[in-house]
Design a protein around this ligand. Structure first.
Ligand SMILES: Cc1cc2nc3c(=O)[nH]c(=O)nc-3n(C[C@H](O)[C@H](O)[C@H](O)COP(=O)(O)OP(=O)(O)OC[C@H]3O[C@@H](n4cnc5c(N)ncnc54)[C@H](O)[C@@H]3O)c2cc1C
Length: 409
């Protein structure tokens, strides 16, 4: 089949890798002019995540790019260490920068996938045999199927589902921003976090200490802004953190040079159905659990595995495949979404008392029995799906041929 995927981040290229192996012709359209390599670290934990990394054939690459982060410190306004967040509390089996993962997936697919950067779908017209797609820049084309892997603010979802974004997303109360800067504090596989009521800000070293990531989480009512206007987003962040101490003024000064600035709300997507006819959604577009869950990237990979697998199992019958894909993944996605609810209170203390309480907690965390309970519960959520082996783990043509019946091996 000719399959169009909108979005070249994590879910889109992962799906393309599987679909290439089934022999489909895949086009990926990405609105950004080039691969977007920003973002902070993402974790994979538990059997389901690891199984998909192995099936995709990228586990060795991902391990090669591991962040190897140690403990993070909570500091006070003058930079004095107040408490330590144990690295093994939140780290998964393997942790990698989102941008490195996007690059690995892109490199693994670029020879067999047509990538179109700097374009976006403007309309989708379905009929019995396919979908006619028009684009902002390119000529209109026909596809058998269209996949929306275009994130929380999915364009495909807006075009094909009769649901405005406000009706299918729920905001969890925080905004988050991330950008790359120089490792000017000389951090060695570690980071520092500083909280004031309603705001957390931090910096940690990345790519073997050759650079650093600044991250911000702040409470706010929903902000009305143009998501394509990065300058305005930077202004919003600067306004939100005006007067905040510690390294914040330096981080904000360096923000203006960052060309990979990421800014978004912590929101979830809740849809009654993930497909409409020949159009289907995966990753954040279908079921974003929000950055607060720490599960979004693993969930995107699991979705890609199951969708491609069910398409292969149903011999291309998209109705059957889409229904089975949703049946397999929905409960898992709901579990990932539930794990994010309530987390904002711990990411960003609402008042000084809560900030003090969190610091005390982190100080004694290594000695508390519930450290293990927290780590186990995150792992349980991430592992709460048993993935089928759809036979897509090897490139097409290299799978062992079935043995002729009646012959002993
Ligand atoms: C640059 C970047 C940085 C990120 N940083 C973080 C982070 O620091 N923390 C965090 O928790 N999550 C971050 N995320 C989100 C995280 O990648 C996802 O939550 C998760 O990995 C699921 O991925 P996804 O592929 O479903 O969606 P996303 O990663 O959101 O990818 C969606 C892709 O679709 C593209 N797109 C959007 N609209 C259109 C359109 N109209 N036409 C074509 N393409 C379109 C986007 O440019 C993007 O490449 C980031 C995403 C991006 C793109």
């Amino acid at each position: 089949m000719d399959i169009l995927i909108s979005g070249a981040s994590v879910a889109g290229p992962a799906l393309a890798l599987y679909l290439n192996r089934s022999g489909h012709r895949v086009t990926v359209v990405e609105r950004a002019p080039a691969l977007r390599e920003g973002g902070y670290s993402v974790d994979f934990r538990g059997e389901a995540h690891m199984a998909v990394l192995r099936a995709l054939g990228i586990l060795a690459d991902v391990e090669h790019h591991q962040t190897h982060m140690g403990d993070m410190s909570y500091v006070n306004e003058s930079g004095k260490k107040m408490a330590s967040v144990p690295g093994d509390l939140f780290a998964g089996d393997v942790e990698i920068l989102r941008g490195d993962l996007a690059r690995i997936l892109y490199d693994a697919t670029k020879d067999r996938t047509e990538y179109v950067f700097g374009d976006s779908i403007t309309s989708l017209a379905q009929d019995a045999d396919g979908v006619t797609v028009t684009f902002e820049r390119g000529a209109s084309r026909r596809f058998d199927l269209v996949v929306g892997a275009d994130g929380l603010h999915s364009n495909v979802r807006s075009l094909a589902f009769d649901a405005p974004e406000s009706a299918v997303t729920s905001y969890l109360g925080l905004y988050c921003a991330v950008f790359t800067l120089d490792n000017y504090l000389g951090l060695d596989h570690t980071g520092q976090l500083y909280s004031t009521p309603g705001k957390t800000v931090g910096i940690y070293s990345a790519r073997n200490n050759t650079e650093a990531k600044a991250m911000f989480y702040f409470g706010s009512p929903p902000l009305d802004h143009d998501r394509r206007d990065v300058t305005r987003q930077k202004e919003l962040l600067a306004e939100a953190y005006r007067g905040v101490g510690w390294e914040t003024p330096t981080l904000l000064r360096k923000m203006w040079q960052a060309d990979d600035f990421y800014f978004d709300s912590t929101s979830q997507v809740h849809l009654d159905s993930w497909s409409r006819g020949r159009v289907v959604l995966i990753g954040d577009a279908a079921c974003c659990p929000s950055p607060l869950s720490g599960m979004g990237t693993g969930l995107a990979l699991v979705g890609a595995h199951v969708l491609a697998g069910e398409l292969a199992a149903a011999n291309g019958d998209h109705r059957t495949a889409f229904a089975r894909y949703e049946q397999e993944v929905r409960a898992y996605a709901t579990g990932c979404q539930k794990s994010a609810v309530g987390v904002s209170k711990f990411m960003v203390p609402e008042n000084r008392l809560m900030a003090w309480f969190m610091n005390q907690n982190y100080k004694i965390m290594p000695y508390l029995p519930w450290k293990g309970v927290i780590a186990k519960s995150v792992r349980k959520t991430a592992s709460a799906i048993t993935l089928k082996d759809y036979g897509l783990s090897r490139p097409a043509g290299t799978a062992p041929r079935p043995r002729p019946s009646g012959r002993a091996s």
